[in-house]
Design a protein around this ligand. Structure first.
Ligand code: F6P
Length: 325
């Protein structure tokens, strides 16, 4: 088979996400099937600068499909943000004979990949972050598993909150975005969900929902807070000061990034990994593989980075409709 590249590198960068391993496996095996050699770059762009790599065959990625985390390790690399750092990375690619790089991660990872492409190393990006905040893709690998993990934890919290007739304030990840919080909030039947995309009006967004729930007979309340809103501890304190409840605050934290990837994440990662290598093999360089209405599309990376995606605010209508008794 004639392919536009004969040797590629694959790396994972930024926060890890369940399904990254499935994407690495798909890249390695698709490449192997096309006669393209694959090199795993460890620790994201750090590895590209320092030449921290491992040659990967189809066998080397056996058993990682169901594993959380990333076998390639991941990092956020300050040095790669400098021109000097990137020059070193380009030289390393030349030295190792890496003709193109598959970069698995979020927007930050793709910004790095774009710079690399501008310096002559072809790239393709695969969106993977539990935050689901990549503008060019409806879906990012890891989101579904992270939602399921958060839901499982919150369901457990609800058991004890219900028994003690308490108010629970749960902080979920998402960085500056509320995709995770709103999705999870609907799925657990939260009393209120606070996200950074909606300016906080404490009376409207917290006090009213709790009051309404109480008037309908509820004696326990679940408030889901996206980390981008601020500290859940502060929200808990404010609830105490305003309406006298004694909330218990839980920060789910990094537990949301772990665990075996869900079917959706494994399947999406496999398809994206396949599409990424196919794109490189066909000489369609410098793209990001995004999901659009269930289909995959390779979009030019520059354009992809300019795209924005917004939380669907009408989901609040669903959340509120579920409060009717
Ligand atoms: O981007 C993924 C993410 O988990 C965010 O939700 C969170 O804000 C951040 O990474 C945490 O990063 P770190 O692992 O550096 O603490």
């Amino acid at each position: 088979m004639t392919t536009a590249v004969k040797r590629i590198g694959v790396l994972t960068s930024g926060g890890d996400a369940p399904g990254m391993n499935a994407a690495v496996r798909a890249v390695v095996r698709t490449a192997a099937g096309m006669g393209i050699e694959c090199v795993g770059i460890r620790r994201g762009y750090h590895g590209l600068i320092s030449g921290d790599f491992v040659t990967l065959t189809g066998n080397d990625v056996s058993h990682i499909l169901s594993e959380g985390g990333t076998m390639l390790y991941t990092a956020r690399c300050e040095e790669f943000l400098t021109v000097e750092g990137r020059k070193k990375a380009v030289s390393m690619c030349k030295l190792l004979g890496i003709e193109a790089v598959v970069a698995i991660g979020g927007d930050g990872t793709f910004r790095g990949a774009l710079e690399l492409s501008r310096m002559g190393v072809p790239v393709v990006g695969i969106p993977a972050t539990i935050d689901n905040d990549v503008g060019c893709s409806n879906y990012t690998i890891g989101f579904d598993t992270a939602c399921n993990t958060a839901i499982e934890c919150i369901d457990k919290l609800r058991d004890t909150m219900q028994s003690h007739e308490r108010c629970s304030v749960v902080e979920v990840m998402g960085r500056h975005a509320g995709f995770l919080a709103l999705y999870v909030g609907i799925a657990v039947g939260a009393t209120a969900v606070l996200i950074p995309e909606r300016e906080l009006d404490f009376e409207r967004d917290v006090v009213e929902p709790i009051r309404n729930a109480r008037l309908k007979g509820n004696t326990h309340f679940m408030i889901v807070v996206a980390e981008g809103v601020g500290s859940a501890v502060d929200i808990g304190r404010q609830i105490h000061e305003t309406i006298g409840l004694d909330p218990r605050v839980t920060v789910l934290g990094h537990i949301q990034r772990g665990g075996t990837p869900s079917a959706r994440d494994r399947e999406t990662a496999s398809r994206m990994g396949y599409a990424a290598v196919k794109s490189l093999a066909e000489g369609n360089f410098n793209t990001v593989i995004g999901t659009h209405m269930g289909d995959l599309k390779a979009l030019p990376i520059e354009e992809a980075l300019q795209m924005t995606k917004h939380v669907q605010m009408d989901r609040y209508e669903v959340l509120e409709a579920m409060h009717v008794r």
